[in-house]
Every structure is written in C-alpha cells, then in structure tokens.
Design a protein around this ligand. Structure first.
Ligand SMILES: Nc1ncnc2c1ncn2[C@@H]1O[C@H](COP(=O)(O)OP(=O)(O)OP(=O)(O)O)[C@@H](O)[C@H]1O
Ligand SMILES: [Mg+2]
Length: 509
C-alpha cells in the first residue's frame, strides 16, 4: 500500500465480556490511503474492535500503534486527539443543537477557557468541508430537522473537522438509500485518496466489493484473513465469513387469489409524529399465505402504516380488519388479540426491552401463559428461551443475558423469535433484515417464507429491492403516503422510478 508503516496496527487484541470473547487475539492492519473493509457475521466482533481502536473500550490484551507510534487510549477524546474518528451505528449528535454547534462541541481548540470559537467561522468551515467532500448540509439547521442521511453527513463532517486521519464507519449504509450510499462511497474514496485511512464496516458484500481496497474477515472474534478486494468475489467473501456456502432464498412471485383475505385495510389515513399526514388513503388486502411486499424509500409513510396496522399508532380515517374483525384505531391490544405480529424497524426502541434478559423479552407477548397467579414461571420461560436461542442461532451467553449487550443481528433474532412463536395470522415486518449478516438474512427470509407457508398473511416492508424481489407474491410501492401496486413482472427500473415518484409510462395513481 501507500507507505511501509501501517496507519493502524493492532496486534493480539483480546477483549472478553462475561461469557463471550468478543475479540480473540486479533491482528489487524490498515494502511494510509486505503479503504479497508471489516466484514463478519453478527456478533463476530467488528464493533468491539472499532471501539477498542477509538478508546471506548480497553483491550484486555494486545497493543495498538498509529503510524508506527504505540498508543493506549483511555477515552474517545484521546483517540480523537490522535486523529481517530468514528461514525457509530447509533448517531451521537445532540438533536436540539445546530450542525455547527455539534461540531463545536467536540472542538478541542475550544477546550481552553480563554479561547472562544467564532461561530461564523465554523459555519464557513461546515460549508467548505461540505462542498469539498459532497457532504452539503446547512450549518444552522438543527439536528432533529435533518433526515437520517443528512445526520450521517454531520457525523462525517465532525470527524473531518476534528482532522481525523483514520475514519471508522460502522454500517453507514444501513440507514441510506442506494443513491445516498453511492454518494457516500465517492466521498470515502476521496477521503482515502488524500492519504487518510477509512475503515468501513458493512454486511453488504456488493458494497464491500465496490468501495474497498482490502477486506479483513472476522469470525467468532478471530481475524480469519485479509484479502485484496480485487482477488475476492462476493461469493468468496460470504463463504469466508460464514464458513459455508450461502444460497439465497427465493420464491416465485404469484398472487394467491384462492385463499381467504386475512388483512383488509381500506382507505386508511394516519398522521406522522409531527402531525403531518403520513398515510394517505391506503387500501390493501393480504390473503392467507401471501407475502405482500412494500418497496419505497424510508420516510414515505411505511413506518406509520405498519404502526397503524399493529395498533401502535391511531389512524384518523378508514378501517383495518383482521379475519373480518376490526382493529380499533391505536389499540395495540386488539391488534395483538386479532393475531397481528410485528417485527419493527426500530428494534431497540420498540422491539425489545433492552434492560431485560433474553428469556424475559421472548416471553413479553405471552406473559399470561407464563404466569401462575401473580408469579412468573421462570423455569418454563428459560427452557423456552434456550429452545429459541438454538432454533434461531442467537449468539448469546444464555437465556439470562441482557439484550442490550447483544450484537445488532442477534437482537433482531430475539424479536423475530418472539413474534414467530406466537403463530400470527398477520405478520408485519419492517426492514426485518437491516443490519443483518448474509447468513442471518438467509435465515430471516426462510422464516418469512415458512410463516407464509403456514398460512400467515405477511406484509413485508423493505427498502431492499433484492429482498422484495426474492420474497414477494405481489409488489407495492409506497410514495409520499400513497400505496400503489406494481403490475406482475415489473422490472427493478420500473419499481425504482415509482419509488422516486415517477410512474414510468403509466398514468399517475
Ligand atoms: N458491552 C458488552 N457487554 C457484553 N457483551 C458484549 C458487549 N459488547 C459486545 N458484546 C458481545 O461481544 C460479541 C461481539 O459483538 P460486536 O458488537 O462487536 O459484534 P459485531 O461484529 O459488531 O456484530 P453486528 O454485525 O451484529 O453489529 C457479541 O457476542 C456481543 O454480544
Ligand atoms: Mg456491530
């Protein structure tokens, strides 16, 4: 690579958590001027390794040097002072502050008491950096006003403002549209082109193939191999990562006109969090055993639609029926009793109770079955949890592990295990594989197919067109609150155009 001394050198890094070795004697090197991808299954130890590099965790064993100089960070502050910045899976911006204020917050030059940062100068710098790296964002905008994609730009700008020489991005594209992801890749190539180091964590193999120079694969806490991207293929990386061949799940799209309708939504209207109408007159019928797949760029009312159907959000007009029985507006209990299951997009917020154990979380929906009088039947709950942990291959130390320490993918499996085991009549799944590794994606897909085969009406909402195409019986597109069905056999381009609000030759709905 560019220079003989690696920009980042981590040797023999070991990090233990109770019951798990998250990093096991990991050697990792990244050069100046390269985009280095870090790949591995859920729970393989990618985030842990990055957190050690950025001073958030201390390694139990091992050494780190930057540009040949040994370092031992005890805080993210020290890492930043040494030019290591990170864009986390969960953003760390102060939402009521402006973009410029968020940048100033981390400015070490403002740390001395007699020094005042000139806000006007920061505005100018935000604009300059934004222009230079195609990360345009209004310096005066408040974070809560920004889209997720824009917030990510602010995180990257912040690292660049702090003069990061090493930039780590943990699954940055999980929150981006395909177009935004492409723009990000151009920015990352540019940052590396200046001689900096970009460490890029992703589960999407085609992204790794497109943007990286080298790839290091972690498996079960160990660094397995580092390869030149040009010597690899998506398939070879998948096999390396998982230790076996991955065969994508597919199903031939076919409507099931004979089976009875299970979910019937008619002229549904619902508001978003800020009181703006988010769902506009949606009508939709899903039959038993059918997978209705809703494509669309996130933020077009998909979440509100899912929440209205699952009773988590009131609707203002229209009707929802499950097997003929009405689901009252905003009545999660009636939705649950009608047999509606929900795998939400926001796992940590609504999916699980992070401070409770896996066993507790798995039992959340069936508490009445798990009680004898006022007492919880802990024994059966643990036995059930052990069963689910092995069925769904959840990587955890056991039923008693708290869910907030699970890796992203394993957290999602807990939610899925719970919703699936209730044998729902209707299953609403919102981006159920976001952030999951290839083998977990394969598993979730086969679980969805199995649910459909068992007669569940599945409403799959996803931004991932590959997923939609692989699993659908019928395809819908949601755009600005409206839902329209694609004709059978529609091409990716046609769906993409509809997602962008263009009707591709057909008269607008
Ligand atoms: N703070 C913590 N306390 C206890 N265990 C932890 C903690 N952080 C991570 N772990 C465990 O360490 C292992 C590695 O987790 P890590 O988050 O590094 O994986 P990952 O490769 O980033 O996975 P994902 O792709 O799902 O994000 C997992 O088994 C996880 O449960
Ligand atoms: Mg992670």
């Amino acid at each position: 690579m560019a220079s003989a001394v690696p920009a980042v050198s981590m040797v023999g890094i070991t990090k233990r958590f109770p019951g798990v070795i998250a990093n096991d004697q990991v050697d990792f090197e990244a050069a100046s001027g390269e985009v280095h991808a870090l790949l591995g299954e859920n729970g393989a130890g990618k985030t842990t390794l990055s957190h050690i590099l950025t001073g958030l965790y201390r390694a139990d064993e091992g050494t780190i040097s930057l540009h040949g100089k040994p370092v031992a960070f005890t805080s993210p502050r020290e890492a930043i002072d040494n030019g290591v910045g990170m864009v986390h899976q969960q953003f760390r911006l102060v939402s009521r502050f402006t973009v410029a204020e968020n940048l100033m917050l981390g400015d070490r030059r403002g740390a001395g008491r007699h020094f005042r940062i000139d806000p006007g100068a920061v505005d100018t710098q935000v604009r300059d950096l934004g222009e230079r790296y195609s990360l345009g964002v209004d310096p005066r905008a408040r974070i809560w006003q920004l889209s997720v994609g824009e917030q990510q730009r602010v995180e990257i700008l912040k690292a660049l403002y702090q003069e990061a020489r090493v930039l780590i991005l943990d699954e940055p594209t999980a929150v981006l549209t395909p177009r935004e992801a492409d723009l990000l890749f151009a920015t990352l190539r540019q940052i590396a082109g200046e001689g900096r180091t970009v460490i890029f964590i992703s589960h999407k193999l085609h992204e790794v193939m497109a943007v990286s120079d080298r790839v290091t694969v972690l498996r079960a806490g160990k660094a397995l191999a580092t390869v030149q991207t040009t010597d690899a293929t998506a398939q070879s990386l998948a096999t390396l990562m998982v230790g076996r061949d991955i065969k994508p799940v597919t199903r031939e799209g076919q409507a099931r006109p004979d089976s009875p309708p299970v979910l019937e939504v008619e002229d549904l209207w619902a508001e978003g969090d800020r009181g703006i109408t988010a769902v506009k007159g949606v009508s939709l019928t899903v039959r038993a055993g059918e997978i209705a797949a809703v494509a669309g760029v996130s933020g077009n009312g998909q979440r509100e639609l899912a929440e209205a159907i699952t009773g988590l959000r009131p609707y203002t007009k229209g009707s929802i029926r499950v097997k003929g029985k009405p689901v009252r507006a905003g009545d999660a209990r009636s939705a649950f009793e009608a047999g509606v299951g929900y795998v939400p997009e926001d796992r940590l917020g609504t999916g699980v109770a992070p401070s409770l154990s896996i066993a507790m979380n798995l039992a959340l929906k069936s508490f009445r079955n798990n009680c004898r009088g006022p007492f919880l039947r802990l024994g059966p709950m643990r036995t059930n949890a052990e069963h689910e942990i092995s069925t769904f291959e959840i990587k955890a130390s056991g039923p008693d592990q708290q869910t907030d320490y699970l890796s992203g993918g394993n957290l999602q499996k807990v939610v899925i295990a719970r919703e699936f085991s209730a044998s729902p009549s209707v299953l609403v799944a919102g981006s159920p594989t976001r952030g999951l590794d290839v083998s977990a994606v394969e598993q979730v897909h086969s679980f969805l197919l199995r649910a459909a085969e068992n007669g569940t009406a599945v409403l799959l909402i996803s931004e991932d067109l590959d997923e939609i195409l692989a699993l659908h019986d019928r395809i819908f597109v949601m755009y600005e609150g409206g839902l329209s069905e694609m004709p059978p056999g529609a091409s990716v381009d046609e769906i993409g155009l509809r997602m962008a609000g263009q009707a591709a030759g057909a008269p607008p709905a």
